[in-house]
Design a protein around this ligand. Structure first.
Ligand code: PBG
Length: 335
């Protein structure tokens, strides 16, 4: 018999727990919410079973019922979209009103807001399209084949900074820029500092890939691009070193926390980022991962709880300090 018998420490649950290296904790989970205007709304999202778009009072009710939740991430669906995404930075916009209402009701809840334009521009891109046509014609030609995306980076950064500032004014604890525009973290940091919100942190979507796993989310937020794709600003999934450059740049620009997104197919990226940098690392287990896990469990006699906890543990084991997941509600129940 060899002296080293690794199975000795697996003999019973107590021993296994004693030597376990990675453990999920309720505080590790952020629950994303889709917020809509109006009242009494609780709209199911077909591609994401169990996830809804809530109007603010129903959102508050759901948070109340989600025992143990510590942090939420808000996405807004405006009543109307336009060429420049101007609904995104209204003082009385859906997200701004929801943040204020949440903070009033649940002072201890940490509120993170997604800062992007794709849900607010009529053409569903994360930056403002440089208008090369008569603006009044522009919306109608969005779906014309071959129309190429030209982002006006100056106006985009200005808009992102305004959005972040409006979220901070409403009471957000962290703003989370997800547009993957060069310089977005610096622009936001500068605007926050200049306006007395130097204490509000930035959770940067730093290594955000142009991923096929975002499909259900775009359905939820009605934000699929009307033309083109996001490959000119989101990362190419063939690249890993480039992710480290993105993260490094965001930290230089003032990011407090960096994110890798998606999570499950990007464990190597999470690992590398964690090894190399000394800032907290977030992982976003995205809508397509949620939908995939739902399918894998409900139809195949696999325990949803066991499979999801395995996946989330793997994401944490890779190096994530916390995880944004649509499963957060279930996980809190399971743990
Ligand atoms: C918007 C944004 C996206 C997600 C978060 N913020 C989608 C996208 O870039 O198309 C995806 C989240 C998910 O799939 O759960 N910039």
């Amino acid at each position: 018999m060899p002296n080293q018998r690794l199975s000795r420490l697996r003999n019973n649950p107590g021993l296994r727990d004693l030597v376990s290296e990675t453990n999920l904790h309720p505080k590790d989970f952020i629950l994303p919410y889709f917020v809509v205007g109006g009242r009494g709304k609780r709209e199911p999202i077909a591609s994401m079973p169990g996830i809804y778009r809530f109007s603010t009072e129903n959102l508050l009710k759901d948070i109340e019922e989600t025992k143990g939740i510590r942090t939420v991430l808000l996405f807004g669906l405006p009543e109307s979209k336009d060429e420049t995404g101007s609904q995104a930075y209204r003082k009385d916009g859906v997200v701004q009103k929801a943040v204020a209402a949440i903070k009033k009701e649940f002072a201890d809840l940490t509120v993170v807001t997604d800062v992007c334009l794709c849900g607010y521009t009529g053409y569903g891109h994360c930056g403002i399209q440089r208008v090369t046509l008569n603006p009044s014609l522009h919306l109608r030609v969005n779906s014309v084949k071959g129309l190429s995306l030209k982002i006006d980076s100056e106006r985009t950064l200005e808009a992102l900074a305004k959005i972040a500032l409006s979220h901070a004014e409403a009471g957000a604890d962290l703003v989370a820029p997800s547009a993957m525009m060069d310089g977005q973290v610096a622009a936001i940091r500068e605007a926050l500092n200049r306006n007395g919100f130097g204490g509000v942190g930035i959770l940067a979507y730093s290594a955000k890939y142009a991923s096929n796993f975002y499909g259900p989310f775009r359905d939820a937020l009605d934000s699929a691009p009307a033309f083109g794709d996001r490959k000119t600003y989101q990362m190419d999934f063939r690249n890993a070193r480039e992710a480290l450059r993105e993260v490094e740049q965001d930290i230089l620009e003032g990011a407090d926390i960096v994110m890798v997104k998606p999570a499950l197919a990007y464990l190597d990226i999470i690992y590398r980022v964690k090894e190399k940098f000394n800032v907290p690392v977030a992982a976003y287990s995205v809508s397509g991962e949620y939908a995939m896990l739902k399918k894998a469990t409900n139809e195949n006699g696999v325990s949803e709880k066991d499979l999801v906890l395995e996946v989330l543990t793997a994401i944490k084991r890779a190096g994530a300090d916390f995880i944004i997941t649509y499963y957060a509600r279930d996980v809190l129940r399971w743990l």
